[in-house]
Every structure is written in C-alpha cells, then in structure tokens.
Design a protein around this ligand. Structure first.
Ligand SMILES: *[C@@H]1O[C@H](CO)[C@@H](O)[C@H](O)[C@H]1NC(C)=O
Ligand SMILES: *[C@@H]1O[C@H](CO)[C@@H](O)[C@H](O)[C@H]1NC(C)=O
Ligand SMILES: *[C@@H]1O[C@H](CO)[C@@H](O)[C@H](O)[C@H]1NC(C)=O
Ligand SMILES: *[C@@H]1O[C@H](CO)[C@@H](O)[C@H](O)[C@H]1NC(C)=O
Ligand SMILES: *[C@@H]1O[C@H](CO)[C@@H](O)[C@H](O)[C@H]1NC(C)=O
Ligand SMILES: *[C@@H]1O[C@H](CO)[C@@H](O)[C@H](O)[C@H]1NC(C)=O
Length: 552
C-alpha cells in the first residue's frame, strides 16, 4: 500500500479514535525485529536486529509529525519498544511500557501511532521487555525543528547519531537468568559506539566522515546498561547546542559525561589536520576503565588516528560541575520544549513534594531494587488498562508508598505494583535521594521536567534556596551522584499512567521503577485520547467489553 493511501485511511479514522492528526505530516516505518548473530566485541553473540540493523534505524522526524511504526515481533518472546523522551501528550496508549501496553506477542505485529507534538531534539528508543536492551533493538530518534522556527545555530553540514553504551558478551537471556536467580550482573565486557568497537589495527572502517572546514552535528546518547560514559573526540572540541529537547547555552567542552539514558547534541568543526581521529567513550566511576573507540575520517585526509587517546576526567565532582554548567537558552525560539510547564517555572508555588529514595537489598535471598521500600512488579494486566476498564482494585492499589519528605521508608522491601496518584495539573517537586555508593539515573515518561539541583548530602527544605529557578534545562533524565540528591520540578498536566524508572535496565527489571497515575477524572477527551481500537488486550481485560469512550 502506498504511503498516501495509508495516510488517507488514517485521516478517515480521526473522527472516531485515531490519534493521528490530519493537518500534520505522517511518517511511516515498518520494522522487522529478529534475532541475528554479530561479533561486536570480536566473539559471535546473539543480538536483536531491526530490519537487519544493529543499532536499529534512525527515526528522523520533524516537530508535530505523526509517527507510525508497524513492528513485527519475530523474536520468540513478547516485546515492546518505548520512545524515550517523546512526551505522548494525551496519549498514554502508545508509550511502549508494560504498565500501559500489553507486549506484542511473538510472531505478530503491532502498529504504534504517536505524534511528536511541540518537541524538538535528540532522543532514542529502546526495548523495555525482559533484558532485550542488552541485545539491541535500540536507536536514535530525532525531532527536527520546523522550517519556520529558527534554530540558534547555522545548519550543520550533516547530522550524525552516536549511540554509545557499555556492552556484555552474554546474551540477554543469560543476563536475565542471573537476575532471576537473585544475582547482580557482573561488570560489562566492553563499550560500543554504534554497535562497534574499533580495534586500532589500521583496518577499522570510519563511523563518520567530515569535509575539512565544515561543521557537523553529533547527537550522542548513552543506551548502555551499567556505566556512565565520558565521550570525547581527539583534537576537537564540542559545542553543546541541545540536551533532551532543550536548546542550551552554547558552551564548549573537551569531553561530556553522558549518564545512562541521556542525550546531548554537539557541533564539531573539522578544522584540524585532515586525517583520522578517534571518538572515545570510556566508563566513569568504575574500578577498571573500559574504552570504546570509533573513527572519524576527514574526506581526502591522510594518515591514521593517533593511538594516544585523550584521558577522561577523574572523580564525580567534575561531573557535578559539568551538570551545573548546562543552562537553558532562554532567548532561543523553539517549539516549546515543555508545553505543559511554565516558562517561568521558578514563580509557580509547589503544591506537593515527593521524596524518592533508592535502595537495594535481598528479598527471600534474592537481590531486589526498590524505591521507598517498594520493589515494583508488573501485573499481567497493564495498570492503565485495569484503570480504564474499571477493575483497578483487582490489579493494584494507588499510593501504597510513603512519599512524604518527613517519612522514613520501610527497611524491609515489599514487592507489589508501585503506583502514585498525582492530581492533574499539580506542580510537583520530586527529590531523588541516593544513599547508595553508585550513581543513579532516573527517567520519567510523558513529561519533561526542570532539573533544578543536584547536590551532595541529604535534602532539606532549606536546600530550596540553591535551586536554579531561572534557566535549568527542561529534560527527561536526571542523574544522582553517590550519597547525593537531585530535585526536579514539573506540572503533571498530561493525563495517563507514566513510568518513572531507573535508567539501568538491571535495576528497572528488579523493581526500581514506579508509575504515576494522573487521572482523567472527568473522562474527558480534552485531557486524554480514547484507547485506540487497535490496542492489544491481555490479562484480566481480555474479553471484557470495551468501556464507553471518553466524551468531550
Ligand atoms: C523478517 O525477517 C525474517 C528473517 O530475515 C524473515 O523471515 C521475515 O519474512 C521478515 N518479515 C517481514 C514482515 O519482513
Ligand atoms: C531528516 O529530515 C530532514 C527534514 O525533513 C531532512 O532535511 C534530512 O535530509 C533528513 N535526514 C536524513 C538522514 O534522512
Ligand atoms: C500488521 O501489518 C499489516 C501490514 O503488513 C497491517 O495491515 C496490520 O494493520 C498490522 N497489524 C497491526 C495490529 O498493527
Ligand atoms: C541563544 O539563542 C539565541 C537566539 O537564537 C542566540 O542568538 C544566542 O547566541 C544563544 N545564546 C547562547 C549563549 O548560546
Ligand atoms: C504562592 O504562595 C504565596 C505564599 O503562600 C502566596 O502569597 C501567593 O499568592 C501564591 N502565588 C500563586 C501564584 O498562587
Ligand atoms: C487520586 O487523587 C485525587 C485528588 O486528590 C482524588 O480525588 C482521587 O480520589 C484519588 N484517586 C484514588 C484512586 O485514590
């Protein structure tokens, strides 16, 4: 079927259910998800491919595009992909997490439909089922600015996506078995850049080429499993222009710490001697340093990359200072990166404060990770569907977790669905407190938030005077250093059921995640689209009559 035909069909269905908006262009993808064998670290291993590619194909979209992705799951297990950082305004139905969607059964296909509404920037997608992310099926997702909206820098010669991440030579099934048996995952075996690691034997193919004198955009995302990575390019500086959907103040950096789940867009000018250069990603805060390399080649350049790669900074104070240097460019026009929040977020009164403390401990002899003493378990019936079909009490309870900043969380970990009830439009302050010795990264679906502070020690209300209430970045991830805290501010105005999770898949898989239920109490279409006709059903809602649709 031609793209045009399909578009017409989708437009006809708008009146009833579809979230595809007719005025805005639609881009279509058909993805075949299969197992394959590759040797990213030199030894053959099982990987997950999308249309034969590892990493998966890039999604190149423009603000307000409707994105339609028909995913054929040819694995032998249920599968879902989430679109990290896509805000899914009014649309919790296509978010690709187990709390809102039934996984795509093996041997079948499902078509995601969502709009990249009012967003720009560098994002990614990855699978959230089992430990599939340890095998692939991840890739870049970019949202270009519409032509009529100026971007605060000259158009680059080309636009490159760089997926970096630590990597295991064990299969996703082996890793899952470790976790299921109650053990933690060991250290990773290497670091990959776009699925490869240069050997430095003179035979490496370049990952990217540059023309002398031209400026290129590189979008760097850490899709790894365990480690923060420091990213740098031999002999070249990087001018930061955007982070997770916000145009930044354009500082220049020799290297960037990219924590898991984070994306940065930088400009790099090819103004050095024309030859090969290494781009380097190496693990941070780890006992032994793992390094991944890739080659950037100057067109018509002569000579190999120097084997001497620049060193990464040491310690996390450097990283904290770098975080503080990231500022929102308040004068750059853009699709509002945070349509739901106010531009003047510092002037809004906080309606609720929520404190979340991560922990790790054993339950019945098996390792679990928790938030405020609760280790999340995904029920077979997705939370969102249970709520929509009116059978919530059979599946989960709201607010079993204590989130008041004064309360001390239970020492003993309980395993159950962890779902917070947040009133729609509340302006909420979330404090992440990390009592552990390792760095944490958190991500929230359905929103971006203002990352106003990251500091060592414990949070107290007095610390609010240290918040950046003027030009903090609006983004969707936040790192919390060891024995430190972080604060974010946001308006919960997107109705739905939204996943807040550790960006380390091991911690997420073993329970360090929760859902935020932002109820569409009036069942109004103004707050939330109806469940699409094509939505998969499973668990207790399978076979149940569909609830009456939302009205105006
Ligand atoms: C997906 O790839 C597999 C393996 O190459 C192939 O057998 C299958 O026909 C493909 N399916 C689609 C829908 O393209
Ligand atoms: C991505 O989309 C933009 C805007 O439509 C276009 O100019 C650009 O050539 C595309 N890039 C790729 C790699 O397809
Ligand atoms: C499965 O793919 C076919 C096209 O190959 C499409 O017509 C159908 O709508 C898809 N099914 C779902 C549930 O997305
Ligand atoms: C912010 O954006 C404006 C408008 O595009 C641009 O002129 C300015 O250079 C940017 N400022 C910084 C500090 O990057
Ligand atoms: C915020 O709270 C202060 C103090 O309670 C109050 O005076 C002010 O009117 C409130 N502002 C808004 C916009 O509600
Ligand atoms: C969620 O919170 C709202 C507002 O406080 C309240 O009206 C509603 O009853 C709560 N829902 C549940 C299920 O607790």
């Amino acid at each position: 079927m031609s793209g045009m035909m399909l578009m017409l069909l989708l437009c006809l269905s708008v009146g009833t259910m579809s979230v595809v908006h007719c005025g805005d262009p639609t881009i279509f993808f058909t993805w075949n998800v299969t197992y394959g064998t590759l040797s990213p670290l030199g030894v053959p291993q099982q990987v997950i491919l999308i249309n034969g590619q590892f990493p998966g194909p890039n999604i190149n979209s423009t603000t307000n595009n409707n994105v339609v992705v028909n995913v054929f799951n040819n694995l032998d297990e249920p599968f879902l992909i989430t679109w990290v950082g896509v805000q899914q305004r009014k649309n919790p139905w296509q978010d690709g997490v187990l709390g809102t969607m039934c996984p795509i059964p093996p041997g079948t296909n499902y078509t995601y439909k969502f709009q990249v509404k009012d967003q720009i920037g560098s994002f990614m997608y990855y699978p959230v089922t089992a430990m599939h992310r340890a095998a692939g099926a991840f890739g870049g997702l970019r949202i270009n600015s519409r032509n009529l909206i100026p971007v605060p820098y000259a158009a680059p010669e080309d636009d490159y996506t760089v997926m970096i991440g630590d990597w295991y030579s064990k299969s996703h099934n082996q890793l899952k078995k470790f976790l299921d048996s109650g053990r933690a995952m060991a250290r990773p075996d290497g670091v990959l850049i776009n699925g490869k690691s240069a050997k430095g034997d003179g035979k490496d193919e370049p990952l990217f080429t540059m023309k002398a004198g031209k400026t290129y955009k590189y979008r760097i995302c850490n899709v790894g499993l365990k480690n923060s990575l420091n990213f740098r390019i031999q002999g070249h500086q990087m001018k930061l222009v955007e982070t997770e959907g916000s145009h930044t103040v354009q500082n220049t950096y020799d290297s960037l710490d990219v924590h898991i789940g984070q994306c940065f867009a930088v400009l790099v000018t090819a103004d050095k001697e024309p030859k090969d250069y290494y781009m380097v990603a190496s693990t941070r805060f780890s006992k032994s340093v793992l390094t991944g390399k890739g080659i950037i080649r100057y067109e018509n350049g002569k000579g190999p990359a120097s084997p001497e790669v620049p060193k990464a900074p040491v310690g996390w104070a450097w990283s904290l200072n770098q975080f503080r240097s990231f500022r929102w460019n308040l004068t750059a026009s853009a699709a509002r990166p945070n349509p739901q929040g106010s531009y003047h977020y510092g002037k809004i009164n906080i309606t609720r404060t929520i404190k979340l403390i991560n922990s790790a401990s054993k339950v019945d002899g098996k390792l679990r990770y928790a938030i405020n003493g609760i280790s999340h378990v995904d029920p077979e019936t997705p939370l969102k569907l249970a709520d929509y079909y009116g059978i919530r009490e059979k599946v989960f309870k709201f607010d079993t977790m204590k989130v008041d900043p004064q309360s001390t969380p239970a020492e003993k970990i309980t395993m159950e669905p962890n779902v917070l009830n947040i009133t729609i439009k509340d302006f909420v302050e979330i404090i992440f407190e990390n009592p552990e010795k390792s760095l944490q990264t958190w991500h929230l679906n359905g929103y971006s938030f203002f990352a106003v502070a990251v500091e060592p020690g414990k949070w107290t209300p007095e610390k609010r005077k240290n918040y950046n209430l003027l030009d903090a970045l609006s983004r969707h991830t936040i790192q919390v250093f060891p024995k430190s805290w972080a604060a974010i501010l946001l308006t919960f105005d997107n109705a739905g059921m939204w996943n807040l999770r550790s960006e380390q898949p091991e911690r997420r898989y073993l329970g360090q995640q929760l859902y935020v239920g932002v109820e569409n109490i009036k069942r109004s279409l103004r707050n939330e689209y109806n469940m699409p006709d094509t939505a998969l059903v499973c668990g207790l809602v399978k076979g149940m009559p569909k609830p009456p649709p939302y009205s105006t």
